[in-house]
Design a protein around this ligand. Structure first.
Ligand SMILES: [Zn+2]
Ligand SMILES: [Zn+2]
Length: 247
């Protein structure tokens, strides 16, 4: 029995810097026993990512591929301090899952904790975001107390990014940025838990091998950060669909 049944964050070749197709990811998910995965390619403002028309075509993908439920979504980029995302309203409202985050190689120019926190809070208040991806990264520091409070208030899920946190845990002894990432993520989860908010534990896979390792790595991180499984929205399809309107 694994602690996660769904992966809400995976990239295909369409992102321009990832290496597997949707069918390859679904095949690996089936072997791993995942019930459902979300395909969340990067939003159009990121260098090399797909255009709006790609996201308008999501209805053409079957809801089940190789026995695995497929949710079609986006990892949108927050591009302005007012929380604006880089996808037009029509395409955005067709997505089953909307992740949003701050990224390099996009028009976002903020650097300070104040800029980043304000931008994420406003994106959450906008009503179209289901999940904030990797809420704390050293490149984009945020006030994790403010972010967790706003997430609990708005019902937006905060991500524990297995790719990022796994690397940070591996290097925490010798790298201050890695240690800070683990510490701030733990503080964020404490804040979220104390206010009744929920998180998702996601692979952020850019190759099928990362999805193949997802459940094992997620289990290790859940244990290391002592995450209460009751606050993990993607522990089952049922708990996820209570948290966000996926079906
Ligand atoms: Zn990201
Ligand atoms: Zn991603």
């Amino acid at each position: 029995m694994t602690a996660v049944a769904v992966d809400l964050h995976a990239h295909t070749v369409a992102s321009g810097h990832a290496f597997s197709t949707l069918d390859e990811l679904a095949g690996v998910a089936a072997v791993c026993g995942l019930e459902m995965i979300a395909i969340t390619d990067h939003g159009p403002s990121m260098e090399g990512s797909p255009h709006d028309g790609y996201f308008e075509m999501v209805g053409r993908v079957p809801s089940v591929v190789g026995g695995v439920g497929i949710l079609m979504g986006i990892e949108a980029n927050i591009i302005e301090f007012d929380g604006s995302l880089d996808l037009g309203f029509d395409a955005l409202s067709s997505q089953q899952v909307v992740l949003a985050g701050l990224h390099e190689r996009t028009p976002y120019v903020g650097t300070s904790e104040l800029d980043n926190t304000r931008s994420i809070l406003r994106a959450m208040a906008g009503g179209s975001v289901h999940v904030v991806s990797h809420p704390f990264r050293p490149r984009y520091p945020v006030d994790v107390g403010e972010v967790s409070r706003a997430a609990a208030d708005t019902g937006v899920l905060l991500e524990v990014n297995v790719s990022l946190i796994g690397r940070a845990l591996d290097r925490a002894d010798e790298d201050t940025d890695a240690r800070r990432t683990v510490l701030e993520t733990s503080r964020m989860l404490e804040g979220l838990s104390s206010r009744g908010g929920l998180c998702v534990v996601s692979s952020d896979a850019h190759h099928s091998s990362e999805l193949a390792a997802f459940t094992e790595r997620a289990g290790r991180i859940i244990q290391a950060l002592e995450i209460d499984t009751g606050m993990i929205a993607n522990r089952s399809v049922a708990t996820l669909s209570e948290a966000i309107p996926i079906l």
